[in-house]
Structure formats: structure tokens, C-alpha cells
Design a protein around this ligand. Structure first.
Ligand SMILES: [Zn+2]
Length: 398
């Protein structure tokens, strides 16, 4: 290595070291001692970015060396795409989205005042009187998905389905999958099994009556199928669901289950498949890279590094989630504490740009397609075939 290269490497190492130490210190002081989650999350994100940047630059250096070594060897046709060649064998290029595996993109269809954070300022009884933003923010999201030829799964809140059936029907007619996000956003772990079965059955039949089709998937509010509430898996299987996505394998005071598997796994005597939210394992600890507040509050680079690491390590699709209200910077004011305000409203102006980058650099499909691919032993499914399938169905229906 020449002098310039050594100097650059030394400077990068010092910067990464300083950023990491500051980030860890901030996290220890603010996140654990004072429970000031947004700053703790931000500092932890800085550490992850430093870690991810180091891994990515090492990977790029190795790929550049491999390309240089193979330049004298005969080349395979690449159809205009950059091909990485190691030992004479073409490999997938990490940053070419057309060659990436396909992940599951999911939207929890709820308004800004339905969240657990907002419940500190808006009670269930006040929901009816709160100005709604759901139609505007959902249409903004639908247009973004259309521009990127991406289809997703929308887990619909029963309360929303009752009041906005036309919106639910439109989402379905635009080729997206419809699932269930409970009846009125009560956490599973705060209900009895009987209450859970009754409210979930009501929400399921409400939504199915609107789209005239059985629904396959369920997501609990706040990923609240936590340890001790596994009975909910059996209940969901008995209610006719095929898959669930209500486990978040991270440390979190409200919904974490860090001991859960990171990839898709079978539950309820193989009657139900669980798709946990995507995580990035760093130094033995699971960090969420599954979207939502993590995508909105942390730099995009953090999510990108986490998903790139997932693709290298895991054999099943990553599960990504977000909410329409996260793209809405004009949410009406709700009186909340400062940390809750940060969690509920910060980052909404940047969210559309971040989502656009995510959709450009990674490939996504509704959960039903990734689920079918896993059942078929394929693991991943191509976005193109999903999109063409949806278009063909729409043409037949039209
Ligand atoms: Zn929700």
C-alpha cells in the first residue's frame, strides 16, 4: 500500500474510533440512565453507521481487487450490468438493485392518532373527533409505490376499515395485498385470549367483506405478541390466518423479544408462519433495521448497511414496515412529552426521500409472494413476476 493509502486508512480508522466511542458514551449516558430514547437511538445509529461503513469499504476494496485480478480472464455476458468476478465465477453485485433478492414491504394502515405514543394525548373516546389525515397520507404513499412499480402488504386496522372502506378497496384494486392490524389497536399482551379471538375475528370479517377475498396475514399493534402471549399464534391459525408478522426480535421496553429467531419460522404446530421484523446482528445484539421509526429517525445509511448485511447472512426475505402518517409532516398537534413528540413527528419531512432511496436500492413484494416463495423452497421471489402477475389479474378482472 502506498503512503496516501496508508494515511487515508489511518484517518478513517481514527474518525470511526472517535465516532464509535462518542456514540457508545451518549448511548450509555442518555439511553440507559435517563431513558431518553431518541438520543440513545441516534447515538446507537452513529455507532452502526461507523461499523457499516467499515464493513462496506472493506468489501468494496476486496471486490475491486477481485475485478482487477479477473480482468485478464475471459468475460461472461452481463447484459450491461456490472458483474463481480471472483475465481472466474460471476457473483451478484451488492449495489445493483436489479440483482438483489426480494424482501417483504408492509404498511400498517392507521392514522397518526392511533399509535401507542399518541395514546398519551388522545384517548380512544376522542378518536372520532380527531381530524383524519389517513386518506391524504395513504394516497401519497400509493403514488410513491406506483412510481417504483412496487406492491406491498397493507395491514388494515378494523377501525379504519369501518370508516374508510373505499380507501381499503382502492388499495386492494391497485394490486396490493390486504391483511389485518387488529380491530382498535389494543395490544395483544393486554387482552385475554377470548377478547383477542373475538376482536380479531370481527376485524377479519369486516376487511374481508370489503375486499371480497380471504385475508392471509395479521400484524399485532406494536408487535405485541411478546413472550407469554404465544397463545395468540394458535388463535390466529384457528381464525384462518396463514402468516403473522408481530414479533420484533430486539430489546425494547414495550414489544421486544430478542430471543426470537430473526428469519421466518413456523409456529402453532406448523399451521402459521411467523415473519419477524428485520434486524442486524452487531456484536451479538439485534438492532432493528425494519423501517418505521428506525428509518424515520436514523440516517438512511444505517438501514442500508443493515439490509446489505441481512442479504449476505440470511436466506429468507427481510420484513420492512412503515405507516402512512410517517410521510405526513402536517399532522395536527397532539400534546405529548418532548421524547414522545420526537418519536411521533420527527423525520416525517425526510421520510419520502428515504423511502424512495430504499425502493430504488432494494427490491420488495407483498408478504403473500415471499411467503409462497418460502413454502416453495425458493426463499426469495422476483419483484417483476409479482408485478406482472398483479397486472394480469387486474386485466382479467377488468
Ligand atoms: Zn399500529
Amino acid at each position: 500500500m502506498n503512503h496516501d493509502g496508508s494515511s487515508a486508512l489511518f484517518k478513517s480508522t481514527v474518525i470511526l474510533l472517535v465516532v464509535s466511542v462518542v456514540a457508545i458514551a451518549l448511548n450509555l449516558v442518555f439511553s440507559h440512565s435517563l431513558h431518553f430514547e431518541p438520543l440513545g437511538l441516534f447515538s446507537f445509529g452513529l455507532f452502526c453507521i461507523a461499523y457499516g461503513t467499515a464493513i462496506t469499504s472493506r468489501s468494496r476494496r476486496k471486490e475491486a481487487q477481485a475485478v482487477a485480478v479477473s480482468s485478464s480472464q475471459p468475460k461472461e455476458p452481463t447484459n450491461g450490468r456490472p458483474a463481480i468476478v471472483r475465481d472466474g465465477v460471476p457473483r451478484k453485485c451488492l449495489f445493483d438493485s436489479s440483482l438483489r433478492p426480494c424482501h417483504a414491504l408492509t404498511i400498517d394502515l392507521e392514522d397518526y392518532f392511533h399509535t401507542e405514543v399518541a395514546s398519551q394525548g388522545v384517548s380512544f373516546a376522542q378518536w372520532e373527533h380527531q381530524p383524519s389525515r389517513i386518506e391524504a397520507s395513504t394516497h401519497r404513499l400509493l403514488e410513491l409505490l406506483d412510481r417504483n412499480q412496487t406492491r406491498a402488504t397493507f395491514f388494515v386496522l378494523g377501525w379504519v376499515a369501518q370508516r374508510y372502506p373505499r380507501l381499503v378497496r382502492e388499495i386492494h384494486q391497485r394490486g396490493h395485498e390486504i391483511g389485518c392490524h387488529s380491530l382498535d389497536h389494543q395490544l395483544v399482551c393486554r387482552m385475554t385470549k377470548a377478547e383477542f379471538c373475538e376482536t380479531t375475528a370481527t376485524a377479519k370479517s369486516l376487511i374481508e367483506a370489503i375486499i371480497q377475498e380471504p385475508i392471509l396475514g395479521y400484524r399485532a399493534p406494536c408487535f405485541s405478541i411478546t413472550p407469554g402471549c404465544e397463545w395468540a399464534f394458535d388463535a390466529l391459525a384457528k381464525l384462518g390466518f396463514s402468516y403473522d408478522s408481530s414479533v420484533h426480535p430486539v430489546h425494547h421496553p414495550l414489544y421486544g423479544n430478542p430471543a426470537a429467531p430473526r428469519g421466518a419460522y413456523a409456529v402453532a404446530d406448523n399451521q402459521l408462519m411467523e415473519f419477524p421484523i428485520a434486524t442486524w446482528k452487531v456484536a451479538g445484539r439485534n438492532l432493528s433495521v425494519g423501517g418505521g421509526a428506525y428509518l424515520r429517525l436514523l440516517p438512511y445509511r444505517y438501514i442500508h448497511c443493515g439490509l446489505a448485511a441481512w442479504e449476505k447472512e440470511m436466506q429468507t426475505p427481510a420484513m420492512i414496515y412503515l405507516h402512512p402518517w410517517e410521510l405526513d409532516p402536517y399532522q395536527p398537534h397532539i400534546p405529548l412529552s418532548f421524547p414522545s413528540t420526537v418519536r411521533q413527528t420527527w423525520g416525517t419531512t425526510l421520510m419520502e426521500d428515504k423511502l424512495q432511496r430504499l425502493l430504488t436500492q432494494f427490491r420488495f413484494a407483498p408478504v403473500r409472494d415471499t411467503y409462497q416463495a418460502i413454502l416453495a423452497g425458493n426463499g426469495y421471489v422476483a419483484r417483476k413476476s409479482t408485478f406482472q402477475h398483479v397486472e394480469a389479474v387486474a386485466q382479467v378482472a377488468g
